[in-house]
Design a protein around this ligand. Structure first.
Ligand code: AMP
Ligand code: MG
Length: 689
C-alpha cells in the first residue's frame, strides 16, 4: 500500500442539493483505510461534503494517519488564466480568488454570473466561459458555443492527453466540469488553509494531508450494472491508489505542471489499473475443513488470485521472459508469399509419370527477389526461400534433373505443389501468435519477428519480497553460536523468485518478535506485490507470522495434507498477499514449488502453470500411508527415479542432491523397484540448474 494510510476519492458536483436518498450526480466519496475499503459515502450537497471532509481530516490526523484526498475537477486552468485574473501564475492564488467571489448554498450559487463577469472583464463577452444553465439570461455568458471566442488556450496540456476530458470553460451540460471547478476550488481553498494541506503538483507533499486532482474515467472502467457509477468509481479509484507501491506512487507524482496542474495517474494508467483486485478474504477456506487436499488448495489459489501487475508496451527484443498482457496477432503471414522449400526448378502444374523436357527460361528466382512472371510451359531455376514467380506452383529438386543447354529434363511423376510452401501455411495474417498470459520465450521472439510484430503489451515484472523469521537464525558469513543456525531459506527463496521470472526483494530477517515482524511486513507491503515468509507459520507460541496475519483479520491457516510441509499461512497484509511458508528448508522449497510458484504466476499475469510430470519406473521401495500427498526428493538415473535415502525434512543436502520430485498421490501404496511413479523435474516447477 501507499505511504498514505487513508485514501479518500471524491466525485464532486456543481449541482444543487440532491436530497437525502443516495443518487447519481451527487457528491460521492470512496474511502480506503490501511488497505481496507469502506462503503462509499453519499454527500447530498457541498456544505455537507465540506464539513464531512473537515471531520475526516481531523480524525485521521488525530489518529496519526496520512491522508491522500482526490477530487475530480481541474486544480488549475490553461496557462495564462491565473495571471489574467490574479496577476500571478500561482494556481493557489486563483483558488483564493474564487473563494472570495463564489457564493454557494445547497440550493443556489453565483457561478454562472461569475463566469459572465469574467467573460466581460477578461474577454470581450464571448468567452472563455460558455453555457448558461439558468432560466434567466446572464450578461456575458452565452447559452451555446455560437460566436464563442476564447482568449486563453482551450485545454490544459494534461487534457490534450486525456481523451474525452471536458474543458473547464464549459460551465454546464452533461459531463461538463466548469461548474465543479467554480464550486470546488473555494471548498478546497478553505480546507487547505484550515489543515495546511499540500496540493499536488503545485507543492511538495509535505503535509500529512494531500490533495490530488483525479479523473475517474482515466482508470476506473465501467461500473457493474447494479451500482451507482459515481459511487463505484470513487471506491475503485481509492482502491487502486491505496494499493500502489511506493515506487509506483513516486513515478505518478513526478510531474512538472506548476501552473495548470495534472491528472493523477495520467501517463501511468497501467500502474493504477494493474493494482491488485484481491479481496482481503481471498485466502479464506471453506468452513469445517481441517486437512485440505493439495488439489483443493491449488484450485482455491487458482480461483481466488488475479493479476496485480501493470501493463506496458515493450519492443520484441526487450520482451524475453515477460508475460504478454494481451493476445498478440500476426501482422503478416508466414510465409508472406508462396515460396520454394528447396533448390531446384519451378514450373506450373504436376507432371505425370515418365520423362519430361521443358524449355528453361533465362535467369533465376532467389530468396529476396521480387517474383517475376514465367512464360507459359517454361521452367525456371529457383533457390530455397525464393518467392515463386507468377506461373510457378511446383518445384522439382535440382538433384532429380538434368539441365541440357536450355532444356530441363526430369522424370515424373511430380505432384502439383511439390517442394513449395503456401503463403500463410504456417501463420496467416491476423492469427493469434502469442496468447495473453504467456511468458515470452526465444522461440516466441522468432515467431513475432517473422510475422512483423515489433512491439507487444507485457506485464511489469512481479515484485516479490522475501523474509525469514526465527530467533535462532543468523546470516551466513557472520558467526553463529552453538544453538544458532544459518538462514538457509532466504537465499534459496530469493533465487527461486528470480528463476520464476519475478523481481526479488530481500526484506531481511525478523526475530520471533511481533513488532519487528510487523515492521518488515509494513516495509514489504509498501514496496512489493507479494511477500514470501518462512518460519513461524504454524499455530504455536512463537508462530508470529500466522498470529499477525490473523490479527490483520485477513489470514487463514491452510493445513494442507502434504508431506513435507506444515501449515501454510496465507493472508493479506495491507492489501498485499503474504505466503507464510514453513520454516523447514525442505518443506519451504517444496511448498514454494508446489503452491507459491503457480500462485505468483497468476499474480504476475501469467496462466496457471501445471508442472509437467513423467511416469517412470521407480528405483526405490517405499510404503506410504493414506491421507496426504507426498513429494520425495528424486532424480533420474538410467531411466529410473531414485529417491533420496532419508525423508527427514531437515535434510537440506537431499534438496541439492535431487533433480526433481517424485509425486505420490493421497492413497496408501507400496512401491517396489520398477513400479511406475510420477517424476517431476525441477525445471517443470520453473527451477533451473
Ligand atoms: P518454524 O516453522 O519457525 O517452527 O521452523 C521450523 C524449523 O525450520 C525450525 O527447526 C527452524 O529452525 C527451521 N528454520 C526456520 N527458518 C529457517 C531458515 N530461514 N533457514 C533454515 N532453517 C530454518
Ligand atoms: Mg521459528
Amino acid at each position: 500500500m501507499t505511504p498514505f494510510d487513508t485514501v479518500v476519492m471524491v466525485d464532486w458536483s456543481g449541482g444543487n442539493d440532491t436530497g437525502p436518498r443516495p443518487r447519481k450526480d451527487a457528491i460521492w466519496a470512496g474511502i480506503n483505510r490501511c488497505g481496507v475499503a469502506e462503503a462509499p459515502v453519499y454527500l447530498r450537497n457541498r456544505a455537507v461534503a465540506e464539513s464531512w471532509l473537515a471531520e475526516l481530516f481531523s480524525a485521521e490526523r488525530a489518529a496519526g494517519r496520512r491522508v491522500l484526498a482526490g477530487f475530480d475537477f481541474p486544480f488549475g486552468y490553461p496557462a495564462g488564466f491565473a495571471r489574467a485574473l490574479t496577476g500571478s501564475d500561482d494556481p493557489l492564488g486563483l483558488w483564493d480568488w474564487f473563494e472570495k467571489r463564489i457564493v454557494d448554498s445547497p440550493s443556489a450559487n453565483n457561478r454562472f454570473d461569475l463566469a459572465g463577469h469574467i467573460n466581460l472583464t477578461h474577454g470581450d463577452g464571448k468567452g472563455p466561459f460558455w453555457f448558461n444553465g439558468l432560466r434567466r439570461d446572464v450578461e456575458g455568458l452565452a447559452r451555446t458555443k455560437k460566436g464563442y471566442k476564447n482568449p486563453f488556450p482551450e485545454k490544459r496540456q494534461s487534457e490534450t492527453l486525456a481523451t474525452g476530458a471536458f474543458t473547464c470553460w464549459q460551465m454546464g451540460g452533461t459531463g461538463a466540469v466548469g461548474g465543479q471547478v467554480f464550486t470546488g476550488l473555494p471548498v478546497l481553498s478553505r480546507l487547505r488553509r484550515q489543515f495546511h494541506a499540500s496540493v499536488w503538483p503545485f507543492e511538495p507533499l509535505e503535509s500529512d494531508i494531500a490533495f490530488v486532482e483525479i479523473w475517474p474515467s482515466l482508470t476506473a472502467g465501467p461500473a457493474p450494472d447494479d451500482q451507482i457509477k459515481d459511487a463505484w468509481q470513487v471506491s475503485e479509484i481509492s482502491r487502486q491508489i491505496s494499493s500502489l507501491k511506493v515506487d509506483d506512487l513516486a513515478r505518478i507524482l513526478a510531474v512538472d505542471a506548476p501552473e495548470e496542474g495534472w491528472i493523477f495517474g495520467l501517463g501511468c494508467e497501467g500502474d493504477l489499473t494493474g493494482t491488485p483486485a484481491l479481496r482481503n478474504d481471498c485466502f479464506a477456506l471453506p468452513p469445517g475443513v481441517y486437512w485440505t487436499p493439495v488439489q483443493d488448495a491449488l484450485d482455491l489459489l487458482k480461483d481466488r488470485l488475479a493479476p496485480v501487475t501493470a501493463s506496458h508496451t515493450l519492443s520484441l527484443e526487450q520482451a524475453l521472459g515477460r508475460v504478454a498482457s494481451a493476445d498478440v496477432r500476426a501482422n503478416r503471414a508466414n510465409p508472406p508469399l508462396p515460396n520454394t522449400a528447396v533448390d531446384g526448378y519451378g514450373f506450373a502444374g504436376g507432371k505425370a509419370a515418365g520423362p519430361h523436357a521443358m524449355p528453361l527460361t533465362e535467369g533465376r528466382a532467389a530468396a529476396g527477389d521480387t517474383p517475376g512472371a514465367l512464360p507459359p510451359d517454361h521452367a525456371i531455376r529457383v533457390l530455397t526461400g525464393a518467392a515463386l514467380p507468377q506461373g510457378v506452383d511446383t518445384v522439382v529438386l535440382q538433384e532429380d534433373v538434368i539441365v541440357d543447354g536450355k532444356t530441363l529434363r526430369f522424370s515424373g511423376p511430380v505432384k502439383q505443389g511439390a517442394n513449395t510452401r503456401k503463403a500463410g501455411e504456417d501463420v496467416a495474417a491476423g492469427d493469434i501468435i502469442v496468447r495473453k498470459g504467456r511468458r515470452i520465450t526465444p522461440a516466441d521472439q522468432a515467431l513475432l519477428a517473422a510475422t512483423g510484430v515489433s512491439k507487444l503489451a507485457v506485464r511489469a515484472p512481479l515484485r516479490v519480497g522475501v523474509l525469514s523469521t526465527g530467533d535462532e537464525l543468523r546470516d551466513v558469513g557472520t558467526t553463529a553460536e552453538p544453538g544458532q543456525i544459518y538462514d538457509a531459506n532466504r537465499p534459496m527463496l530469493l533465487s527461486l523468485i528470480s528463476q520464476f521470472g519475478h523481481v526479488p526483494l530481500d526484506l531481511g530477517r525478523a526475530p520471533d518478535d511481533r513488532a519487528a515482524l510487523r515492521a518488515l511486513l509494513d516495509k514489504g507491503a509498501a514496496q512489493v506485490d507479494a511477500i514470501l515468509t518462512s518460519g513461524g507459520a504454524s499455530a504455536g507460541d512463537e508462530d508470529h507470522v500466522s498470529a499477525l496475519l490473523q490479527e490483520a483479520g485477513a489470514m487463514d491457516l491452510w493445513r494442507i495434507a502434504i508431506k513435507p510441509g506444515r501449515p501454510l499461512a496465507l493472508g493479506m497484509w495491507q492489501g498485499t498477499p503474504v505466503f507464510g511458508l514453513p520454516g523447514n528448508p525442505v518443506a519451504a522449497m517444496v511448498c514454494s514449488l508446489v503452491f507459491a510458484r503457480p500462485a505468483l504466476e497468476v499474480l504476475a499475469g501469467a496462466v496457471w502453470p501445471e508442472p509437467q510430470g513423467f511416469e517412470v519406473p521407480a528405483a526405490f521401495s517405499k510404503s506410504k500411508k493414506a491421507g496426504r500427498r507426498e513429494y520425495l526428493r528424486a532424480r533420474m538415473r538410467d531411466g529410473r527415479a531414485e529417491a533420496f535415502a532419508s525423508e527427514g525434512s531437515g535434510r537440506i543436502s537431499g534438496l541439492s542432491w535431487a533433480e526433481g520430485l517424485v509425486e505420490l498421490p493421497e492413497p496408501a501404496m507400496t512401491i517396489a523397484p520398477g513400479d511406475p511413479v510420477r517424476f517431476i523435474p525441477y525445471a517443470s516447477f520453473g527451477m533451473r540448474a
